[in-house]
Design a protein around this ligand. Structure first.
Ligand SMILES: Nc1ncnc2c1ncn2[C@@H]1O[C@H](COP(=O)(O)OP(=O)(O)OP(=O)(O)O)[C@@H](O)[C@H]1O
Length: 508
């Protein structure tokens, strides 16, 4: 059957690729055209923009071909082409499209209320280099940044003349967070490349740029890097960085003060809006409305918007679909947890920045043991450097082991699939044997799915390995369980709490 070849291929790729990669690159693609050719099958895939096309070709092309060839039992040739863009696609975000490029026609805007994030004059160098001043929760004195004229490629703002004088020195880009200090690697390659594109041609391609990924992976760093680079290229560019919580508190404040017009004028003058952690808009209807207005106004004048979030647009909960579909209308890219080599490179670079020489074997030792994210890696590095300083010892593996012993002892408490099965069976009062059995009543099937989900989340086992440990089940059964429980967890508070208890119990 070649008619469902693409569908089956997607199932296969969903099981093989990391979920984020699949969701970003493969899932949003429209169904492929499959046709017979002289030397096998030809699979035509239409991709919404050039960037995606190049990326899919280089990163996934041969993988897609081999998965499809295997499923079809004959050679498959992948042909990628750009999705033709009809007039309505150019004017509005196609609902449900993950990645379509978009130019928004100036809309009849009712920017009744805007945010109170005063633009302030850049004072690069006067900012403490540390990250602490940018951490959440963001306080009222910590929003965004910078004033001036248009960035290259960005049209002049109508309200520019009406710009109020910088209100006060209330927050700015962190000059330490630049492309130079951001270690490149596979995990951030895509997001970094897209961000560099924005610096090169702001207001043009990939607008909005939506960057998502887990905590401490460098999303904030990257958007500051864009802001800093843009200002370096054009010191007059008006760039605003702010955390979503700051936007929320600004909306509230301006609602009370009724200072909407002033805010609107300020807002319209931006060339680049960098907004962090938009998942914080969840459930805040008024904020969402204001953000929608701001968003439309900025895109209409071709200012660039870059957002970050802990999940991809369609994964955002309690955020109006009219916003999430717009978030998705430019380019959506993920930042993944860094792999070992990148973690080592980050450690070496950060140690060097601290003026400390870290031997490579020590960097490998630390990187192997601290895997969660870059923030934790930085924490581990700080501990090792402080320990060496206070004990007046050379940095060595033994010293690192000693400095990180608390952290290592937690990690050594390995979580096994067997342990998960036992803990979940106890919790839901079923027999451990039911974890491997073929029984299907919901009272058994659901705890089994929960155990599969936890096995995927808390161990390094692959889907097929987990399937094997659950009575020889197929990896697609495990994948289904992982997606189902993961999705429900977002919406079902009771389930989320149960999972939390189970996770805490398993971590000890
Ligand atoms: N590739 C990298 N190279 C150098 N430093 C990095 C890299 N990635 C992250 N960092 C550093 O790790 C720390 C955490 O990064 P950042 O705050 O940007 O993460 P985040 O993804 O925004 O996290 P959160 O979602 O919690 O806000 C920062 O100090 C940042 O400079």
């Amino acid at each position: 059957m070649i008619t469902d070849l693409w569908e089956r291929g997607c199932e296969r790729l969903a099981a093989e690729l990391p979920e984020q990669q699949f969701n970003t690159w493969i899932k949003p693609l429209p169904a492929a055209d499959v046709s017979a050719a002289a030397d096998g099958l030809r699979v035509g895939l239409r991709v919404p923009n050039r960037f995606k096309l190049d990326w899919i070709r280089t990163q996934y092309g041969s993988r897609i071909e081999s998965a499809l060839s295997e499923l079809a039992g004959q050679p498959v040739r992948l042909e990628l082409s750009l999705l033709p863009r009809g007039p309505e696609q150019r004017m509005a975000a196609p609902a449900g499209s993950d990645t379509a490029m978009r130019v928004i026609a100036p809309a009849p805007l009712s920017v009744g209320a805007m945010l109170d994030t005063s633009l302030v004059t850049p004072t690069a160098g006067s900012m403490p280099a540390g990250r602490a001043s940018l951490r959440r929760p963001v306080r009222a004195e910590e929003p965004g940044h910078v004033a001036g004229a248009a960035a290259p490629g960005v049209s002049a703002a109508p309200a520019r003349g009406a710009l109020p004088a910088p209100a006060s020195n209330i927050g700015r880009l962190n000059p330490a967070l630049t492309f130079e200090t951001l270690v490149p690697g596979r995990a951030n390659q895509m997001a970094r490349t897209a961000a560099l594109h924005v610096v090169g041609a702001p207001g043009q391609m990939y607008n909005p740029l939506f960057i998502y990924g887990g905590v401490g992976l460098g999303k904030t760093h990257l958007i500051h890097a864009v802001g800093n680079a843009l200002i370096r290229n054009n010191p007059d560019a008006r760039v605003l960085y702010l955390h979503a919580e700051q936007f929320i508190s600004d909306v509230v404040k301006n609602y009370q003060r009724k200072t909407f017009d002033e805010l609107k004028a300020k807002y319209h003058s931006l060339d680049l809006l960098l907004i962090d952690d938009v998942q914080f808009f969840a459930g805040k209807d008024r904020t969402q409305e204001e953000f929608f207005n701001a968003f439309e106004a900025l895109l209409a004048k071709r200012a660039h918007i870059i957002m970050t979030s802990d999940t991809y647009p369609k994964g955002l909960v309690d955020i109006d679909e009219r916003l999430t579909s717009r978030f998705d209308a430019g380019l959506t890219v993920a930042i993944e947890p860094p792999e070992l080599e990148m973690r080592v490179a980050i450690l070496l670079k950060k140690a060097q920045a601290e003026g400390a020489g870290m031997p490579e074997d020590v960097a490998f030792f630390v990187a192997k043991n601290v895997r969660a994210n870059v923030r934790e890696l930085e924490g581990a590095l700080r501990k090792v450097l402080a320990y060496a300083r206070f004990s007046h010892k050379e940095i060595s593996i033994n010293l690192a082991r000693e400095a990180l012993k608390d952290l290592l002892s937690i990690q050594n408490r390995q979580i096994s699939v067997e342990n998960i099965q036992k803990t979940v069976a106890d919790f839901y009062k079923i027999k451990i044997a039911d974890m491997y059995s073929k029984k299907r009543p919901a009272s058994i099937a659901r705890p089994r799915q929960i155990a599969m989900y936890l096995a995927k989340e808390m161990t390094q086992k692959s889907l097929p390995e987990i399937g094997e440990l659950f009575g020889g089940r197929d990896h697609t059964t495990v994948l289904h369980a992982v997606r189902k429980i993961g999705g429900e967890r977002q919406k079902n508070t009771e389930l989320n709490q149960q999972l939390h208890v189970l996770e805490q119990t398993l971590k000890g």
